[in-house]
Design a protein around this ligand. Sequence first.
Ligand SMILES: Nc1nc(=O)c2c([nH]1)NC[C@@H]1CN(c3ccc(C(=O)N[C@@H](CCC(=O)O)C(=O)O)cc3)C=[N+]21
Length: 332
Amino acid sequence: MFKCFVSSWAVPGRRYVTKVLVNSNMAQIIDGKVISQEIRLKLNEEVAQFVNAGNPQPHLTAVIVGEDPASEIYVRNKMTACKEVGISSETKRLPATTTEEELLQLIGELNRDDSVSGVLVQLPVPEQINERTICNAVAPEKDVDGFNEINMGRLALDMEGFVPATPLAVKTLLEHCNIETFGRNAVVVGRSKNVSLPLAILMHSDGKNATKALDATVTICHRYTPPKELAIHCRQADIIVVAVGKPGLITKDMVKPGACVIDVGINRIKDEKTGNDKLVGDVDFEEVRQVAGHISPVPGGVGPMTVTMLMYNTLKAAKKAAQNASRKSALV
Ligand SMILES: Nc1nc(=O)c2c([nH]1)NC[C@@H]1CN(c3ccc(C(=O)N[C@@H](CCC(=O)O)C(=O)O)cc3)C=[N+]21
């Protein structure tokens, strides 16, 4: 993988040797923006077909409670994506002092509103509100985030349902880059309920839930995996997916040459050169790209794809709702 160029020259009394390691085989960068754009174009056509067939336009309602600058960015990206694919959308904003009951009330209204195909409550929610209670309150058939206990259970059992957008994004990026997963070693670093856990389930799924089987051998590492063990697990992996929130966690020595490294981390840090905030993942990108076969960058990797997969789920919800409506009208 590495080509080593050695040049040496001598000056009186000294001999200089310069070794230059040139990686002739830098990792292929997985461009989440470009792949997203392709998929959004396809979704746009599908939405148009669906609407032309006489169905109502799919609609996504996002709820933001309180003021979190990151949530504003993410929801704005989601609303832009909706426009791109032809899904109508709306953001409902509630003050930071909203009670759990008030939020449950709004979710109930959205659940009953036939013009709403998908509902998502942007996380995190303020501390007086229980996140799990909220995720479980979203009707399973409108739960485009896939965070409801019913959809999580369906995923675990390989049944048809909504798969959370970030795991779906990782799977789609792997597929798009033709990364073989069958029987391969995959390490998921992190064990959050919304990303790592469903991702680990998806990575070893046998595909009975109508998503393609990935059939990987999955190892989950987390905060109590000793650093030495983490390095050992990662070095065995053909695919490393990291979703922890620690800049520079995955270094070059932890990556098997040619492995595929997917970075789900989101960290806002100060750029030492400019003093401005910048976005980085959990992978030491500049180092790891020298040994990996594929690598996804932050920004521009999993993030845009997550938003695209939310569009996929919203169209799926609208299609299901239309099917159910026609079934119901056939009965009367
Ligand atoms: N109910 C709920 N559903 C979510 O899907 C959800 C959530 N809550 N809470 C927060 C996380 C995070 N998330 C991202 C969405 C877009 C980008 C994204 O567009 N990232 C851009 C950069 C955006 C930036 O500048 O920060 C990129 O990576 O290129 C990232 C992360 C969705 N989440």
